[in-house]
Design a protein around this ligand. Structure first.
Ligand SMILES: C[S@@+](CC[C@H](N)C(=O)[O-])C[C@H]1O[C@@H](n2cnc3c(N)ncnc32)[C@H](O)[C@@H]1O
Length: 429
């Protein structure tokens, strides 16, 4: 290994073993970083170093409840995508008269649907730049506005490209926030979790690690679905998360993320059912394939290296192996027919352990692999060996679980000073 990569090697080891990169002193990190200006690596380290949980919500009501659970009196809060007066109003009430809210939304003046006229923040708090027309609604809200206007700053974006400057560096913004609320799908025009996550990561990267928010609350249906399905392997082992017995094969399967081969193999009793048709991509010499084959109906092992597959066949002659590429899903579909002689398409369970899933672009690489396997093979569950996905699994929080924890009493003591009790009822997951 080249000497100038050694610091990264040890830092990565710290991340793998302790999952606590953020505990390293900032000065040590900057000294190590100054050894080499590798922007990609810096990006990965910042991602790994952030510990702020990302609370995933699906509706405005959930965002309001998340505000009640996570915001405190006197907090400074950024709401990016503040189109719903109702949410902003709840936020202002929760942080109290000494709190500060920076509400950011896209400038919308030309709507002919009438939607923005009544939901844009202009109807909630008057803009310092541009006084709103006094509609019936604004007049009705006059009293409400006057109590918020001193501690609420409004920032309008022409589009998302100037967000960094406007959010962190303008006189009416702040450089540091206790909580960040993000609801940007109406601004960017779609709700794809990869875009939302990339944006969230950029946001974290724009803030020094020591000033990261206590939590980021995101409203996104696709991220919400991911947060429900993505499980840190340790949570399976310690019993805090269980894959529901009744779940069926789906294009949005459960995802178990772990690191190191032992952890990857240890998941087998938690995932495999006796009758499962299993696929392992990145099988190498087939040790895990053999364990999977023993536990389920059968397992096909696939690896990109022809010599590796030759070796695997020699070691385990009773198991089906094939040379193949994890990204070429049509090939993978065909294998079930050609090797296992079964007409059913796809697999019940997929294990994935290929290179590059923990590296510089590991998040995007892993998420796109999971999406392509999910949509093409529709398994019940995918187990992936990826440091990036495991750290994402520990940060993404499915809001109803947080709610249930609160209900179970964990949050009760703390919440007594937080203002209103959440209003919506949630079912047990
Ligand atoms: C860490 S090893 C797998 C170890 C194995 N899963 C086990 O439990 O023993 C990673 C394997 O992924 C294979 N690989 C890398 N890229 C691949 C791809 N695109 N498709 C299939 N296999 C790939 C490599 O050839 C290598 O054998």
């Amino acid at each position: 290994m080249k000497n100038d990569y050694l610091p990264y090697f040890w830092l990565t080891k710290c991340m793998v073993h302790y999952d606590t990169f953020s505990l390293l002193p900032g000065t040590l990190i900057s000294a190590l970083l100054s050894l080499r200006s590798n922007c990609t690596l810096l990006f990965v380290m910042l991602l790994a170093s952030s510990k702020s949980p990302i609370i995933c919500c699906t509706s405005a009501n959930e965002v309001k409840d998340a505000i009640t659970l996570f915001c405190r009196k006197n907090d400074t809060v950024l709401e990016l995508g503040a189109e719903l007066a109702d949410v902003s109003s709840h936020l202002c009430k929760t942080i109290g008269e000494h709190g500060k809210a920076v509400l950011v939304d896209k400038k919308r003046r030309d709507s002919n649907t009438g939607r923005c006229k009544f939901r844009n923040v202009e109807t909630f708090v008057p803009s310092p730049l541009d006084k709103p027309q006094k509609t019936t609604e604004t007049l009705e809200n006059e009293q409400k506005k006057s109590s918020f206007v001193d501690r609420v700053n409004l920032i309008y974006l022409d589009d998302l490209s100037d967000w960094k400057k406007k959010i962190f560096h303008e006189p009416n913004s702040c450089s540091q926030y206790d909580i960040i609320i993000m609801s940007i799908s109406h601004i960017i025009g779609h709700d794809l979790y990869m875009t939302i996550l990339s944006f969230a990561n950029e946001m974290f990267n724009a803030i020094p690690v020591k000033s990261h928010p206590r939590a980021m609350i995101i409203k996104s249906k696709t991220l919400y679905s991911l947060s429900k399905r993505l499980v840190h392997s340790q949570r399976l082992f310690d019993g805090t998360t269980k894959i529901p017995d009744g779940i069926k094969r789906s294009s949005e399967p459960y995802i178990i993320a772990g690191v190191k081969v032992d952890e990857y193999r240890k998941t087998i009793p938690f995932t495999v059912r006796e009758d499962d048709a299993i696929l392992e991509v990145g099988c190498h010499f087939g040790r895990t394939t053999k364990l999977l084959d023993d536990a389920g109906r059968h397992c096909i092992g696939v690896d990109i290296g022809p010599k590796i597959i030759k070796n695997a066949r020699k070691q385990y002659p009773n198991i089906q192996f094939a040379v193949g590429d994890a990204w070429k899903t049509l090939q993978l579909i065909k294998l079930r027919k050609t090797l296992a002689m079964e007409d059913e398409l796809g697999y019940d369970l997929v294990y994935a352990d290929i290179g590059g899933l923990s590296g510089a672009d590991g998040h995007l690489e892993s998420l796109s692999l999971l999406d392509s396997i999910g949509y093409a093979l529709e398994p019940r569950c995918i187990v992936i060996k990826s440091l990036c996905m495991r750290s994402l699994a520990s940060r993404l929080k499915f809001f109803p679980n947080e709610w249930n924890k609160f209900q179970a009493g964990q949050g009760k003591k703390e919440s007594s000073s937080k203002g209103e009790e959440p209003k919506t009822k949630r079912v047990k997951i």
